[in-house]
Design a protein. Structure first.
Length: 768
């Protein structure tokens, strides 16, 4: 007599209905337009439902099913969500940015602050709908209880409807949900009826089933239309409103906390920008301050010259404001594009990784000579630079969010004094663009610049002389008063006030050099920051900085440092035998509470000490790895001498569990038993597999002869293969004759093929 468990739990029609039901709820969420990227929730809902159906219909043990769900979840959910990080070229960069942004969001949430990043809400919804689909799919295959199947998806639908309210153009998705739900309820009732008919030996054809399906469809459609078109009785509305008020009261009590969680959905709320410099920059009244971390940089090697992290470059100054003229914007795709910068490039570019921790920014921070970034976007370049790229600022298609990471390939230049003193022809596009000085201050700046550089023989020496003059005659001040209205701010700063911060120091350096015919421009961004172990730099608000860049024909743009709150840039001489061949490698920012560069003269040693500690750490890891590989090789060699590889692995795991005083898991016990059987017994296992696939799994006390007789009854077309396997098993167990393994192996695989063929044929006959 057939029982309900022997009847196949799989039903294509109900499975497809459930997929569309869960999908319709995710579509309802997407139609709210609360934030971008909600389409990823739809894919997670469908994938979760498919996995739930597969797990529910499988014959694995519960522990195995749990591990499958766990591993699929940690593999599929992050991989799907990482695609939200659009514009990022690398999979590793996408995953790193996803985890970083989620970490920042959870940190804000746990400290009671609003979470402005929309990826937090999208990730929550994706996980919720993944679990909704998973639970619904498992319940459909195992319980066929309509309440357990629909409740996981009904609750999110009600919550979405509560917060989004009644929207006529969106209510269709709710109607679709209930229509599909009624269809599924009718289908499940039909499936349960089929099971009862089979148990009672009631013979029915396909016509009654077709009529039932048609009636289910018609009834569901009529109920939805009636609910949509008929007005609600006036007596019911107050009672329903009172009941809903009681249900929704707990939701209203949670509004304050949910406002923090869903802060990113409040479209009217302004989000602070992390773009510290705009298309035009005023000189300002206060220097950058703050101990909060803005971003960190992982450098490729500890032996780097002084680094600056650039955000923008300006070419034109007028009445206290810097901006750019004659610029073009070119698209950049990290999959296809790479820049070719001008100047002498002796080394291959290096990879820097930036981890963003500040407010959202649409402009990337880069090293001084970038050629590639992992984010898709556009680059602002000089319109007159022919044959080479001269990037002024690097935009991204989607803002960098707190927790995001991106990579930049850039050349690291450290030209020597000898190289910078070599003369060369300055291109016309450089002269036309980077020699502008406002007419009202041109004469006074020219006279001072000529006095400063009168004894300097080369452009490099002149740049050094101007930089030294500013460092020696101008005082550093974090604040500056408003200059007189009838005087240019830079003329007042240089000749009268003689105190200021980096914006003023760098601007004066640029204008003085331009006054004697040396091309220069203003770069803004951040100083190097604080060096940390493992080639890391931590950049804070107080590291916001501006500096001059001077053009040299054989080297390109070279930075100088006139601001007294920063160390002097000491360049290698380039002369053979000079003991200070690379003095800039250890030149780092020094500062105390009063920004005095001489207050802490011993700080430079920290960079050398950190580099030495990192080197020791690397050697320690190398030695530990070498020792581990040696022990592993010895263990493999010892095991190889006694048993095959397929036996070594489970035996090694068994030994490990024994040493840890742990019980062997079920899968390991099955693996050990499988290794103990002969090759013929493994081939005969095809009989057991075929019976299980045909929903005729046999108890453990069933003999091989009983299994063979049953399978031949169910699958007459495979009688020859079944006999081959049965005879081989008898010969292996009860005689000394050799068994022809080739024929036995072939018989086992052919039996599996015939079993699958019979299952597919039966399914098509049942459904078509």
């Amino acid at each position: 007599m057939m029982n309900s468990k022997s009847y196949s739990r799989w039903d294509w029609f109900s499975a497809m209905l459930l997929i569309f039901i869960v999908f319709s709820v995710s579509v309802r969420l997407n139609t709210t337009h609360w934030t971008a990227d909600l389409g990823y929730v739809e894919s997670m809902a469908v994938l979760g439902t498919i996995l739930g159906l597969a797990v529910g219909v499988s014959h694995f043990k519960k522990s195995t099913q749990g591990w499958l769900v766990f591993f699929y979840t940690i593999a599929i959910v992050p991989a799907n969500l990482s695609r939200i990080i659009s514009g990022e070229n690398t999979q590793l960069g996408q995953m790193t940015s996803l985890l970083g942004r989620l970490y920042v969001s959870f940190s804000l949430l746990f400290t009671g602050k609003p979470v402005p990043d929309s990826i937090f809400f999208v990730s929550q919804m994706a996980v919720i709908f993944w679990l909704v689909g998973l639970v619904s799919g498992i319940n459909l295959m195992r319980t066929r209880s309509i309440l357990q199947i629909l409740l996981p998806s009904l609750l999110p639908l009600l919550l979405i409807q509560y917060y989004d309210g009644y929207q006529p153009e969106r209510i269709w998705s709710v109607a679709l949900y209930f229509f599909l739900g009624l269809m599924l309820a009718g289908r499940i009732n039909l499936l349960n009826s089929r099971t009862r008919w089979a148990e009672g030996h009631v013979i029915v054809g396909s016509d009654p089933e077709f009529d039932l399906n048609r009636n289910i469809f018609t009834t569901a459609a009529i109920l939805i239309l009636l609910a949509w078109l008929l007005p609600a009785p006036s007596a019911v509305i107050p009672a329903a409103a009172k009941a809903w008020q009681g249900i929704s009261a707990p939701l209203q009590n949670l509004n304050h906390r949910w406002n923090d969680i869903f802060a990113a959905l409040q479209s009217g709320r302004p989000i602070p920008s992390g773009e510290f410099y705009g298309a035009a920059m005023g000189l300002g009244r206060t220097a950058g301050k703050g101990e909060s971390t803005l971003f960190s940089v992982h450098a490729p090697t500890p032996n780097l010259p002084r680094q600056y992290w650039r955000m923008r470059v300006y070419d034109t100054y007028q009445k206290g404001v810097w901006q750019n003229n004659q610029v073009e914007t070119e698209p950049f795709d990290p999959a296809n594009d790479i820049l070719t910068p001008a100047g002498f490039l002796p080394d291959p570019p290096m990879l820097f990784t930036f981890s963003w921790a500040s407010n959202p920014s649409g402009v990337l921070i880069t090293p001084l000579v970038p050629v590639w970034a992992s984010r898709k976007g556009s680059i602002q370049v000089s319109s007159t630079a022919v044959g080479a790229a001269d990037p002024l600022s690097w935009y991204v298609s989607r803002q960098i969010q707190p927790g995001d990471s991106y990579s930049v390939r850039a050349y690291v230049l450290n030209p020597t004094q000898k190289q910078l003193r070599e003369t060369g022809e300055i291109p016309d596009w450089i002269r036309n663009r980077y020699l502008q000085v406002p007419q009202e201050i041109a004469e006074s700046y020219r006279q001072l610049a000529n006095q400063i550089t009168s004894l300097a023989p080369t452009n490099f020496d002149k740049a050094e002389a101007v930089t030294s003059y500013l460092r020696n005659t101008i005082q550093y001040s974090e604040t500056i008063p408003a200059p007189p209205l009838d005087v240019d701010p830079m003329e007042w700063f240089l000749f009268e006030h003689k105190a200021g911060f980096c914006n003023y120091f760098a601007s004066a350096d640029v204008l003085l050099l331009r006054s004697v015919g040396i091309p220069a421009r203003l770069a803004v961004g951040f100083a190097e920051g604080d060096p940390r172990p493992n080639n890391m730099f931590l950049v804070r608000g107080q590291d916001i900085h501006a500096w001059p860049e001077v053009y040299f024909p054989n080297s390109g743009w070279v930075q100088f440092e006139p601001t007294t709150s920063q160390n002097v840039i000491l360049r290698p001489s380039g002369e053979t035998g000079n003991s200070a061949a690379n003095p800039n490698f250890s030149s780092r920012r020094e500062k105390d509470s009063e920004n005095n560069p001489a207050a802490n003269p011993g700080k430079d040693n920290s960079g050398v000490e950190n580099a030495w500690n990192v080197q020791l750490l690397r050697w320690g890891w190398w030695l530990a790895g070498l020792l581990g590989l040696t022990l592993l090789g010895y263990w493999i060699w010892k095991m190889q001498s006694r048993e095959s590889f397929s036996q070594r692995v489970p035996n090694g795991l068994k030994t490990m569990f024994a040493l840890l005083s742990l019980k062997n898991p079920t899968w390991l016990e099955d693996w050990l038993r499988w290794n103990e059987v002969s090759e013929v017994e493994r081939d005969f296992h095809a009989v057991n597999q075929s019976l299980r696939w045909l929903n005729k799994k046999q108890p453990g006390d069933a003999t091989p002869a009983e299994r063979v007789r049953l399978l031949k009854t169910l699958l007459p077309a495979a009688s020859q293969e079944i006999d081959t396997l049965s005879q081989a098993l008898e010969m292996n167990l009860f005689s000394n004759h050799p068994v022809p393994l080739t024929h036995v192996v072939w018989a086992g695989w052919k039996l599996r093929f015939l079993t699958v063929q019979a299952i597919l044929r039966a399914w098509f006959e049942e459904h078509f």
